[in-house]
Write a protein that binds this ligand. Structure first.
Ligand code: MSP
Length: 504
């Protein structure tokens, strides 16, 4: 059984979670469910990034001790993931002792092996992004090139990580593994970053105290990004036995804003630790609201819970993953969500299920006909097998929109097939066999759709299967699946519409 380790970024706790964070986690949850559907063993890690100057500031502003403050905000993240029914295996906090211990041990090791040295850092620092810049990289107004906020000039003694020592190896790795960073545009961006030149990384600070103390020099706390990236190791028990079972990650999902940290700093840190690099880093785009990135600082946060309550969890997942390619930016609007729900979900999928089950009730007494001999080889079953293969290909690339498009092609074709075969024109007395053939295949096609949408819409998938008289027990893994799971004889239930149309 293959083992897959999947990660999300860990979120800053200076603010409560919003739809942008939920997007990353829902996408990763979808992949986790996909691999489980294949029968793989999955470790899906998420968590919170709790140290640093920004969090210390926010805690102070609120008149709280940092630890108290973070303990409060972390609960809102954990609660949200529970409400959205995410299937993560663990939740790592950078204030967990297991993490602090791992970071200190790694810092010591890299120092002992000569990859960390003491020097002075002088230059601009963006507290919002917790990022060091060189003067030449600032924007036209000398602000942070990423978030365009004012930077602070710092001059302090700092430990540095000998990043430059590993750059040639990284360059070579990237050339040999063009799939390491996805999508392609982001891969090219990384190459460009390397072309522009990268320096050794300052990895400790002395001017504030909310961080992990450097083990051999407690005047210093570890730079928050150096600390945070190591969650991917500490979260699965580095350096213990459990860790080696899961390492390296199958895929690390991030937003495009944190590409540099994950595709330049992180691999170099891993090389220094003599660990394999993740198989893939996939950077997705941003959700914007009327042109602005959704973020706390812009005051336009959208609470994922509101959207889930209003439209349903499955519909929200479907919208976010179908609407834009995983990598592109998207705009969030109620109008678009309603359009997708009414179109794809209510008119196409919901309608097909309802219509087909009603026919089974009417023409076969509510019992799915026995599997006919031709059931496994006809135009509909052949198309379904082809679509299953396409779905697998797309999911392997985290191309959720295309994977869903494939499934919905099967929905459309099944609707068309039903229309063409027109079972309502047949007579049970004289055309019984043909009638059963059609009803069986329509039901099996719906079953195929229900099976494939499970990673994206788990509740709807279970609902449809239940209506077909199936249970989640004994479900064959994806790679072993073939047309014909329905045996015939299952009693169907029609039920309420799966996706009621929404009036604008
Ligand atoms: N703490 C760091 C990550 C450390 S990982 C070792 C951090 N945290 S964050 O809370 O600011 O944002 C993390 C991620 O949230 C982004 O990379 C992105 O995945 C997601 N998003 C935040 N806002 C977003 C949108 N508006 N749209 C889509 N995703 C966005 O950076």
């Amino acid at each position: 059984m293959a083992k897959r380790y999947l990660t999300t970024p860990i979120y800053y706790v200076n603010a409560e979670p919003h739809i942008g964070h939920a997007y990353t986690n829902l996408a990763t949850d979808t992949l986790a469910r996909y691999y489980r559907l294949k029968g793989d063993e999955v470790f899906f890690l998420t968590g919170t990034d709790e140290h640093g100057e920004k969090v210390e500031h926010t805690a102070k502003e609120q008149g709280q001790e940092p630890q108290n403050f973070v303990d409060g905000v972390v609960k809102t993240f954990q609660q949200l993931w529970d409400d959205l029914e995410l299937t993560h295996s663990d939740f790592i906090r950078t204030t967990d002792q297991r993490h602090v211990k791992a970071v200190q041990q790694i810092f010591q090791q890299l120092y002992d092996q000569g990859d960390i040295y003491l020097d002075t850092y002088e230059g601009p620092y963006c507290i919002h992004c917790e990022a060091y810049w060189t003067a030449g990289r600032l924007d036209e107004e000398d602000n942070c090139p990423d978030c365009h906020r004012e930077v602070k000039y710092i001059s302090e003694e700092s430990y540095f990580f000998r990043l430059t020592k590993y750059l040639p190896e990284l360059q070579k790795y990237l050339e040999e593994n063009p799939d390491f960073v996805r999508p392609e545009g982001r891969y090219n961006e990384v190459l460009k970053l390397l072309d522009q030149g990268v320096e050794d990384l300052s990895i400790s600070r002395t001017k504030f105290s909310w961080g992990i103390p450097v083990p051999f020099d407690t005047e210093h706390v570890v730079y928050v990004w150096f600390d945070a990236l190591l969650n991917y190791l500490s979260g699965i028990g580095y350096p213990g036995a459990e860790f080696s079972q899961w390492w390296p990650p199958e895929i690390q999902i991030i937003g495009k804003d944190i590409l540099r940290f994950h595709a330049v700093f992180w691999p170099c840190m891993l090389m220094a630790l003599d660990l394999d690099l993740p198989r893939r880093i996939h950077a997705h785009g941003w959700w914007t609201l009327r042109g602005d990135k959704i973020s706390k600082s812009l005051g336009n946060v959208v609470d994922p819970r509101d959207l889930a309550d209003r439209y349903g969890k499955d519909a929200l997942r479907y919208f976010l993953l179908k609407r834009i390619p995983f990598g592109a930016d998207g705009t969030l609007s109620d109008q678009d969500i309603v359009e997708v729900i009414n179109g794809d979900l209510a008119n196409n999928l919901g309608n097909l299920v309802n219509r087909s089950l009603t026919m089974v009730k009417k023409f076969a007494d509510g019992v799915i006909p026995q599997q006919p001999e031709q059931a496994t080889d006809n135009d509909l079953s052949n198309l379904a097998q082809k679509i299953r293969a396409e779905f697998i290909d797309e999911m392997e690339n985290a191309s959720f929109d295309r994977a869903l498009k494939a499934i919905f092609q099967l929905v459309a074709e099944t609707n068309r097939w039903l229309q063409e075969k027109a079972p309502w024109k047949l007579n049970r007395e004289t055309d019984g066999e043909q009638l059963d053939f059609i009803l069986y295949n329509i039901c099996e096609s719906i079953n195929e759709v229900a099976y494939l949408i499970e990673p994206v819409m788990p509740d709807s998938s279970a609902q449809i299967r239940q209506r077909l008289g199936l249970t989640e027990k004994n479900k064959a893994p994806l790679n072993e699946r073939s047309w014909g799971e329905l045996q015939g004889g299952e009693k169907i239930t029609i039920g309420q519409p799966l996706f009621p149309r929404i009036d604008r």
